[in-house]
Design a binder for this molecule. Structure first.
Ligand code: FPP
Length: 253
């Protein structure tokens, strides 16, 4: 995700890359007197709807924050539940995703994951590698600061090996060592649940993203909510269209 977003989409066009912070599963469940796990299960259903809607709306890349590097601090039973949901999601939905021409990518640290999960993630990427439809980026065991630190480690190793001069390190070079450097940066980041923060999600890549915070819990998210967020994104783009006459093609800094 190293290509800076350029904005200026014509009205009616979807943002190329939408990233989702799927927040509020627990509160959705608590409101109904249900266990938190039920909120996560309904969250997976919302995810299925959203992947379909994103493809239908012409979005090229959809990144989902499925499990953060900080989520390990939750009670063991909930971590177990979330790992189980990922296993089931891949086992149950991978063929459907493949048949829908979805290409799965994974970002995050894989080394701390159970072997079978690591294998499932690799299998999802391998099976769908040649697909040409929606790119679904699963951020799993993902933290943005950790991703940036990993990129810095790669550059440091190149410097130590004498292949790179420290002064040759630029923002672009660091971006090229992030987890998915070939993908465009997110144009639009949506967070549900009413919280208004990024929580260590795509901090580098979000430099020019439009942020939309929705006052609904993730299990209630659907195509209409996605379209509403895109409409908000377009209103912002249109305002910029007014300013852009002086310098079209770039975003305000
Ligand atoms: C935030 O809700 C959500 C998560 C921590 C996990 C998101 C996961 C899913 C939507 C389903 C899992 C999908 C896959 C593919 C694994 P929260 O628990 O923080 O809710 P709360 O803030 O209301 O407690």
């Amino acid at each position: 995700m190293s290509t800076p977003a350029t904005g200026g989409d014509p009205p009616g066009f979807a943002p190329r890359h939408v990233a989702l912070i799927m927040d509020g599963n627990g509160r959705w469940a608590a409101q109904r007197g249900l266990p938190r796990g039920e909120g996560h299960r309904r969250g997976v259903e919302a995810l299925r709807r959203t992947v379909r809607a994103a493809g239908a709306l012409g979005i090229e890349v959809l990144t989902i924050f499925s499990f953060s590097a900080e989520n390990w601090s939750r009670p063991a039973a909930e971590v177990f539940d979330l790992m189980g949901l990922l296993r089931r999601f891949i086992r149950k939905d991978l063929l459907d995703l493949h048949q829908s021409n979805v290409k799965v990518r994974v970002i995050g640290e894989r080394r701390d994951l159970d072997r079978d999960i690591e294998r499932l993630l690799a299998e999802a990427e391998d099976l769908t590698r040649a697909n040409t439809g929606l790119v679904l980026v699963v951020a799993f065991n993902y933290g943005s600061r950790q991703e940036i630190a990993r990129a810095a480690q790669k550059l440091a190793a190149e410097v130590a090996a004498g292949r790179l001069a420290p002064e040759a390190i630029t923002a672009e070079l660091l971006a090229s060592r992030l987890d998915a450097p070939d993908l465009p940066e997110p144009d639009l980041i949506i967070r549900t649940s009413g919280e208004q923060r990024l929580s260590n999600f795509l901090l580098w890549q979000a430099a020019y993203s439009e942020l939309v915070f929705l006052p609904i819990y993730w299990p209630d998210f659907d195509r209409a909510a996605l379209e509403g967020a895109i409409a908000e994104y377009r209103r912002r783009e249109r305002r910029f269209g007014g300013l852009a006459a002086a310098g079209a093609g770039t975003r305000p800094s």
